[in-house]
Write a protein that binds this ligand. Structure first.
Ligand code: PEP
Ligand code: MG
Length: 582
């Protein structure tokens, strides 16, 4: 029976293919030994994950009652009840705690050991109903492992099977971490959909970087869909059509071709200079995650790389990449860009991007030991990266970008760390560009408000609107429950963005936007009107933004921008934005 599901379309386009049900917790978990003194901490991590799953089940239950009627409600409520019973069963949760303490296994491994034990016993049960509960037990375990992956665990390797699947595979998951999705660069899938997630989570950002359709916040897709079912994903509208009939399939095949044609047409302006109608030159730069993204950057005709999210070199591995390995990655990008700017952001780990490894047991939250805070707390890790970037600086036009700066002290410490790395390299007689530019991300409201501190000491700024919005509005960018409140047009956000650009321009300090706003056509003219001249975005969005730049006249934007900045009523503001974009 055909039905549709609605979620947040986070990456446009249409995919038609076969569902492959996975979980971020594929249950092919990593195994590692916990030092005895960390066993308690590991048990706490496990308990926290169990509590998170309990909360998820509670939420699911209330959503079922709100959105379903009749038999469907009863069936789905029964399934939640069974899952809750499993979760509360001491055999399910108590034994893994004992295993962690006794055998010093990491939490995922302990849970997997216990699961194997339980599943073996299920095979011996003669009652068919009870035997069928095996799937439920697995699903609950998957939920806990998924929760653990957000709690400082290893993340999870997606099933090896993915490599062998057809190109029309559409992944259906409860949740996917950025560490999962980055693997799709090597093993392409046609699209993915998840129950959880927000529009500017790194998972969503990666979907746009991969240029594959994606929908998040579907709430129960993982439960409602079946393996190998034919589904259509409309990533622009946020619609999933399950088991479509021939007429619908034909309609969507036509739409899919149209979408591809539109994108192909854009390649005609690849070598055109990005200039507004009144002749103002706009820099369009690319955001990348890995050196392999260079092909896409070149295909987009970008003016350089405005954001290399270097932390993706650190994901899905137990160790951290050493200086030579990092140097090679940075050098490859620097040389590949042939003198065009390459802005390498130092490690922005934490929140939804967690490092693996037994010594990384506690994940930091978005407000925790993230990005520069982590690097200043782990000077050895920071030093290795700074040395590697500096060494790469004589192979191209490399610049260093420090994420999440909030205070004078952090800025001074970060600059001192760069200086230290330079002195070490000098002593060792290694080559580097002593004049490497150093910039800072303005993505914490404190930095935006106290901007002069940063303007005085940095060579350039890059506005991280994704985090600036998250921190200004107190909206977790990964949480679908508050995704509707995540608003780039909130007057507080507009005020901050406008003020950063204005102050930087009058101080003569180059300023870019590298958050998702820069690649969103809805905001191109708004940002131009606020005085922005450097935009950094995923290569897949770049030509569409260029096309918008080519047909924009700066002088005619000004009066509308002035009204937008004064508007208080969100509807009026949106109407003004439409006028701007008309
Ligand atoms: C941002 O916060 O806008 C940004 C570009 O960095 P990230 O999305 O990686 O946090
Ligand atoms: Mg950020």
């Amino acid at each position: 029976m055909s039905f549709t599901l609605h979620g947040l379309g986070v990456s446009g386009g249409i995919a038609i293919g076969h569902a492959h049900l996975v979980s971020a917790a594929s249950l092919e978990v990593d195994h590692y030994q916990i030092p005895e003194e960390f066993a308690d901490r590991e048990v706490q991590r496990f308990d926290k994950a169990v509590a998170q799953v309990r909360a998820e089940l509670d939420r699911l239950e209330s959503e079922i009652h709100e959105t379903h009627r009749g038999d469907a409600t009863a069936d789905m409520a029964a399934f939640v009840t069974v899952h809750r019973m499993i979760l509360e069963d001491p055999g399910f949760t108590e034994t893994p705690r004992e295993i962690i303490r006794r055998d010093q296994c990491n939490a995922e491994w302990a849970l997997k050991l216990q699961l194997d034990e339980i599943l073996t016993h299920f095979g011996e049960i003669s009652d068919e109903y009870l035997r069928e509960r095996k799937t439920d037990v697995r699903q609950v375990a998957e939920r806990v492992v998924a929760a653990l992956s957000g709690e400082g665990g290893q993340g999870s390797a997606l099933p090896e099977k993915l490599r062998e699947r057809a190109a029309d595979t559409i992944l259906v998951a409860h949740d996917l971490s950025p560490a999962d999705v980055i693997q799709f660069k090597a093993h392409k899938v046609a699209a993915f959909i998840t129950d959880l997630g927000g529009t500017t989570s790194h998972t969503a950002i990666l979907a746009r970087s991969l240029a594959i359709p994606a929908i998040v916040a579907l709430h129960a897709a993982r439960e409602l869909l079946h393996e190998d079912e034919v589904i259509i994903i409309d990533g622009t509208q946020g619609v999933v059509i399950v088991d479509p009939d021939e007429t619908i399939l034909t309609e969507y095949r036509i739409r899919q071709n149209q979408w591809l044609l539109e994108r192909q047409k854009l390649t005609r302006i690849k070598s055109a200079v990005a200039e507004t109608l009144d002749g103002t030159r706009i820099e369009l730069l690319a955001n990348i995650e890995l050196p392999d993204d260079l092909d896409a950057v070149r295909a987009s005709g970008a003016d350089g790389i405005g954001l290399f999210r270097s932390e993706f070199l650190f994901l899905n591995r137990r160790d951290t990449p050493g200086e030579d390995e990092q140097f090679e990655a940075y050098r490859r990008v620097a040389e590949g860009m042939k003198g065009k700017p390459v802005v390498i952001r130092t490690l922005d780990i934490g929140a939804d991007k967690t490092l693996a490894g037994p010594d990384q047991l506690s994940a930091s939250s978005a407000l925790g030991l993230r990005a520069i805070r982590y690097c200043l707390a782990e000077p050895a890790v920071f030093n290795v990266q700074l040395r590697a970037i500096l060494r790469a600086s004589c192979h191209g036009n490399v610049r260093i970008l420090i994420p999440m700066l909030a205070s004078y002290t952090e800025l001074r410490q970060a600059l001192a760390a760069v200086q230290r790395a330079k002195e070490q390299l000098k002593e060792e007689g290694r080559k580097f560009n002593d004049r490497t530019l150093i910039g800072g991300m303005i993505e914490v409201p404190a930095a935006a408000i106290a901007l002069p501190i940063f303007l005085k000491q940095l060579d350039f700024l890059s506005i991280g609107t994704n985090d600036l919005i998250q921190y200004t509005l107190a909206i977790d960018r990964t949480d679908d429950a508050v995704a509707h409140l995540y608003d780039p047009l909130h007057p507080a956000v507009l005020h901050l963005v406008s003020s950063i650009i204005r102050q930087a321009n009058s101080a003569g300090v180059p300023v870019a936007v590298c958050g998702e706003m820069a690649g969103d056509l809805m905001f191109t003219r708004l940002l131009l009107g606020l005085g922005l001249r450097d935009f950094s975005m995923h290569p897949a969005n770049l030509l569409a933004v260029k096309q918008r730049v080519l047909v924009s006249d700066l002088a005619s934007l000004e009066p509308v921008i002035a009204r937008i900045l004064k508007a208080e009523d969100p509807e009026k503001l949106r109407a003004l934005l439409e006028k701007l974009n008309a």
